[in-house]
Ligand binder design. Structure first.
Ligand code: NAD
Ligand code: GDD
Length: 357
C-alpha cells in the first residue's frame, strides 16, 4: 500500500454503487473507515447500501456527474473516485446491445472523468475488462493466458470491449495531460453473492447456479447450457475483486492491470462444481446461445509483480457461497409466485362466486 493518506479524512465516490461489485466495494471501503457516497441509476437490488450517502443519478448526463462530484456534507471535496457505473451484463446482454452499450458507456465515462478533473479529485479508478483483448487470441478453449500488452493491436470482439479500451486511453491521457492519478483494472469474470442472477444480464456462474437451483427445487435434472460447454474462462470471487481493486488504487502502478484468477475451467466443469455445491446430479442439454470468445484466461505475472498479491478464493468455495445465496433467492421467488397464483385463483373464485348463476 503506497499512498500516504488517512481513510477517515478521505471522501470517496463509488459510481455503479447500486450494482454488484460497486455494492460490495462500498461495504469494503466503509469497513476501512472512508466516508463514501454511492451513485447509481438504481438502488441496490438485494441488500441496503452501507454508503453514507446514496444518490440516484443518471451519469450519462453531464450535470448529474457534476452533482455526483460535489463536496461531502462536511465541505470536503471528493478525493477518490471508483468508476464502476456501466451498462453491462453477461454474453446474453453484451452480444445483443452494441449501440446501447457503446453510446451509454462512452457518455458515462467521458462525463464522470471530466467532472472528477474539475472537482479536483486526486485519484481515479476505472474498471475495464478482459473483453478488451483481441478476439483472434481467444479462438481456442486451450487459450494462452492473456498478458496486458496483448491488448494491442486492438481487435476486441464486441462494442463493450471497444468502449473499455477507449476509456482506458482517456484515463491514460488525463493522467498525462492533467497529472491526474488514474488506475485501470481489467476484470476477468467476477461472480459472487448479491450479483445479478436472472433477467438477462446474468453471467455464466450466476446463470448456472439459478438453473441448477430451479432443477433441484422442481426435480428436473436437465439444464440448458449455451454451446458445447467446452468454452473456457477464469472466474474470480467478488471478495478477491474488492481486495484487488483497493490494492491497485493504493499502488503506484498507472497502466492497465489484469485482475482475475488464472485457473481456467470449461463451462461444463463450472456446471459440475455448481451441481456438487447443490448436492444434485445434473444432465446438460447443450443449446445454441451467445458464446463470446472460445477461451479466456488471465496471465497474472504482472499482477503478482505489482501488487505482491493475487486472488485466493477457490472456485469451489466461491461457487458454494454463491450457489447457497442464489438457491435462497430462487426459493423466495418460487414462494412469491405460488402465493400470487393462490391469490389470483382465490380472486377468480370470488369473482365467479359473485356472478349470478
Ligand atoms: P453491474 O451491472 O452490477 O453494475 C453496474 C452499475 O452501473 C449498475 O448498478 C447500473 O445500474 C449502473 N449504471 C448503468 N448505467 C448507469 C447510468 N447511466 N448512471 C448511473 N449508473 C448506471 O455490473 P458489475 O458486475 O458490478 O460491474 C461493475 C464494473 O466492472 C462495470 O464497469 C463493468 O463493466 C466492469 N466489469 C465487470 C465484470 C464482471 O465480471 N462483473 C467484468 C469486467 C468488467
Ligand atoms: N451468461 C450465460 N448464461 N452464459 C452461458 C450460459 C448461460 O445460461 N450457458 C453457457 N454460457 C457460456 C457463454 O456462452 C459463454 O461462452 C460463457 O458461458 C461465459 O459467459 P458469460 O459469463 O456471460 O460472459 P463472458 O465470460 O464471455 O464475459 C463476461 O466477463 C467479461 C470479463 O471477463 C461478461 O460479463 C463481460 O461483460 C465481462 O467483461
Amino acid at each position: 500500500m503506497n499512498i500516504d493518506h488517512d481513510p477517515k479524512n478521505t471522501r470517496v465516490l463509488v459510481t455503479g454503487a447500486g450494482g454488484f461489485i460497486g455494492h460490495h466495494l462500498v461495504t469494503y471501503l466503509k469497513a476501512k473507515g472512508y466516508w463514501v457516497r454511492g451513485v447509481d441509476i438504481k438502488e441496490p437490488e438485494y441488500k441496503a447500501t452501507d454508503a453514507d450517502q446514496f444518490d440516484l443519478l443518471d451519469l450519462r448526463r453531464w450535470d448529474n456527474c457534476l452533482e455526483a462530484m460535489r463536496p461531502a456534507p462536511d465541505g470536503q471535496k471528493i478525493d477518490h473516485v471508483y468508476a464502476l457505473a456501466a451498462d453491462m451484463g453477461g454474453m446474453g446482454f453484451i452480444s445483443a446491445n452494441h449501440s446501447l452499450i457503446l453510446h451509454n458507456n462512452v457518455l458515462i465515462n467521458t462525463h464522470t472523468l471530466e467532472a472528477a478533473r474539475k472537482g479536483g479529485v486526486s485519484r481515479y479508478f476505472y474498471t475495464s475488462s478482459a473483453c478488451v483483448y483481441p478476439e483472434h487470441l481467444q479462438t481456442s478453449a486451450d487459450v494462452v493466458p492473456l498478458k496486458e500488452e496483448d491488448a494491442y493491436p486492438a481487435a476486441p470482439q464486441d462494442a463493450y470491449g471497444w468502449e473499455k479500451l477507449f476509456t482506458e486511453l482517456l484515463c491514460h491521457y488525463y493522467a498525462g495531460d492533467y497529472g491526474m492519478e488514474t488506475r485501470t483494472v481489467r476484470f476477468h469474470n467476477v461472480y459472487g453473492e448479491l450479483g445479478t442472477w436472472d433477467g438477462g444480464r446474468e453471467k455464466a456462474p450466476a446463470a448456472m447456479c439459478r438453473k441448477v437451483a430451479v432443477g433441484k427445487l422442481t426435480g428436473e435434472p436437465t439444464i440448458d447450457v449455451w454451446g458445447d460447454g467446452e468454452q473456457t474462462r477464469s472466474f474470480m470471487h467478488v471478495d478477491d475483486c474488492t481486495e484487488g481493486v483497493y490494492r491497485l488504487m493504493m499502488s503506484d502502478y498507472k497502466e492497465p492491470l489484469n485482475l482475475g484468477r488464472d485457473r481456467m475451467v470449461s463451462i461444463n466443469k463450472l456446471v459440475d462444481i455448481v451441481a456438487d455445491a447443490a448436492g444434485v446430479e445434473i444432465q446438460k442439454n447443450h443449446i445454441d446461445g451467445p458464446m463470446g470468445v472460445r477461451g479466456r484466461n488471465s496471465n497474472n505475472d504482472r499482477l503478482r509483480e505489482v501488487l505482491g498479491w493475487e486472488p485466493k478464493i477457490t472456485l469451489e468455495e466461491g461457487m458454494a457461497r454463491t450457489y447457497n445465496w442464489i438457491e435462497a433467492q430462487v426459493r423466495d421467488k418460487m414462494a412469491r409466485e405460488a402465493m400470487e397464483q393462490e391469490l389470483a385463483a382465490a380472486g377468480d373464485g370470488a369473482v365467479h362466486a359473485a356472478q349470478p348463476a
